[in-house]
Design a protein around this ligand. Structure first.
Ligand code: EPZ
Length: 432
């Protein structure tokens, strides 16, 4: 049975919230973990759907996965008996493609169902395949599967035509067990690239320059056991920052790396919110209507595309006219129609949203179109007058751990109820 969120808006968020481990680096790290035959311990794993699907996928090909607790897992890749991954759940997560790089690096062969993921644009994987081919592998797509095979992987100089997080990580995975030296130029610089590289290095890989646009990898013959803790999720943190500002609240966001959040912090300060930085926490507060601005999404350290819907939602309530340009994915404004149903005034022309701020939003029945847009709609519901319901929360659960519970702990009125369960909805309305 599907669930939906019901939200009663209008309450400023107050208190402290602790951020989970970063989903997008955990996905790369789980794939990387199967590259050694020794046991790897991964901690601070977010307990979200995409992670659990990937853990199931590696178990499906024979890896041993032991859940120590909600956030800690032991993985042993010595029991892997198959290099083909083709079940339906995996097709739905984008990061299944990391198993290509990991299996190719380790076994010189991989077959993985072509990935899906959030419908936010066309999302080609040509740069991943270009990278594998440069290392000497064949890489073809047939019958919905990506097949890659090499007699030998040999290091090479690879220049990425577009800055791609996925391609950078995938090439890093394959190249760390190739013969000789690989250089990735025009590499992505996101914190998850650094996290995956740090993890691989802790297993004995030799990767330098992660976090810059030139990554140098000296291949090694084998990788070994490690214990590793995943960095905090900057997008989850950013979403709570927006939620605090949008509800005119006062929230301390704990377990973050403030540097990773700079693009969002700077914009919030520019439009009038207060952001205080501590070593591993941020405090966001606001007691007035925020101002307008212009934003363009860019690869890190630019403003993240994964924060675009949340920021657009905030600007929908701000004073004046703002402009948001989406330069990474061509189809990432679908949620705007949902915000319009709450009274927002946003016009989308191509990859630009022109936002005329309104003084308030009103509750409506909404559907989450994808993960981050879904989170933005939840925040809109927290601000809106009266009640908002949000369907298709399975998208939100792909990437936000205990989202409703964390929001409730900050004073929000939000509950997960079975779809169309009128009794549960009535009960919520009577008690909130
Ligand atoms: C990662 O996707 C994230 N997903 C996305 O997060 C995030 O939005 C995106 O990076 C950008 O930061 C994961 O880490 C699992 P890209 P990815 O390759 O790797 C083009 C979320 O909400 N491109 O950096 O798929 C592509 O079309 C998700 O958590 C090619 O042309 O993104 C896009 O325009 C959504 N050819 C740009 O590059 C390729 O071979 C950046 O994409 C690869 C990408």
């Amino acid at each position: 049975m599907e669930n939906q969120y019901i939200i009663k808006g209008g309450i400023p968020l107050e208190g402290e919230v602790t951020i989970s481990g970063m989903k997008n680096s955990a996905l790369g790290i789980i794939a990387a973990a199967i590259m050694t035959d020794e046991t790897v311990t991964i901690d601070n794993l977010p307990n979200v759907r995409d992670i659990n699907v990937l853990l199931d996928a590696i178990q499906g090909i024979g890896a041993t996965v032991i859940r120590v607790d909600e956030h800690k897992v032991l993985i042993n890749g010595s029991t892997i008996s198959d290099i083909a991954i083709n079940h339906d759940a995996v097709r739905r997560i984008r990061a299944s493609y990391y198993l290509l790089g990991a299996l190719l690096g380790k076994y010189k062969e991989a077959k993985v169902v072509l990935p899906g993921g959030c419908a936010i644009g066309s999302r080609p994987i040509d740069q991943h395949l270009k990278g594998f081919r440069a290392l000497g592998a064949s890489a073809t797509v047939e019958y919905g599967m990506v097949n890659t095979y090499a007699n030998d992987l040999i290091g090479n100089h690879i220049y990425l035509d577009v800055v791609s997080v996925g391609a950078t990580i995938n090439i890093m995975l394959a190249a760390c067990m190739a013969k000789g030296r690989t250089v990735i130029e025009n590499a992505a610089k996101e914190p998850h690239i650094v996290d995956v590289a740090n993890f691989l290095n802790s297993m004995g890989a030799n990767i330098r320059g992660a976090g810059t646009d030139k990554i140098r990898i000296n291949g090694v013959e084998r990788l070994h056991a490690t214990e590793y803790s995943i960095v905090p999720d900057m997008i989850e943190a950013g979403t709570f920052m927006i939620a605090a500002a949008a509800t005119k609240g006062d929230v301390i966001i704990k377990n973050v790396i403030p540097k990773h959040l700079e693009a969002t912090s700077v914009k919030l300060i520019e439009i009038g919110a207060a952001v205080d930085e501590y070593d591993d926490a941020l405090r966001i507060s606001s007691n007035r209507r925020l101002g307008h601005t212009q934003i363009k999404t860019l690869p890190y350290p630019g403003f993240p595309t994964d924060m675009q819907p949340q920021m657009t939602m905030l600007l929908a309530l701000s004073e004046g006219t703002s402009m948001v340009t989406e330069s990474i994915f061509e189809n990432r404004f679908k949620y705007v129609d949902e915000l319009a149903r709450m009274g927002a005034n946003i016009k989308v022309e191509g990859n630009i949203a022109i936002i005329d701020g309104v003084a308030g939003l009103t509750g409506a029945a909404l559907t989450a179109p994808d993960l981050r847009a879904g989170a933005a709609l939840v925040v809109a519901g927290l601000v809106a007058r009266e009640y908002t319901t949000i369907d298709s929360i399975k998208y939100i659960e792909r990437g936000y751990e205990c989202f409703d519970e964390k929001l409730t702990s900050l004073g929000a009125k939000i509950e997960k109820v079975p779809m169309d369960d009128e009794k549960a909805i009535q009960k919520f309305k009577m008690t909130s």
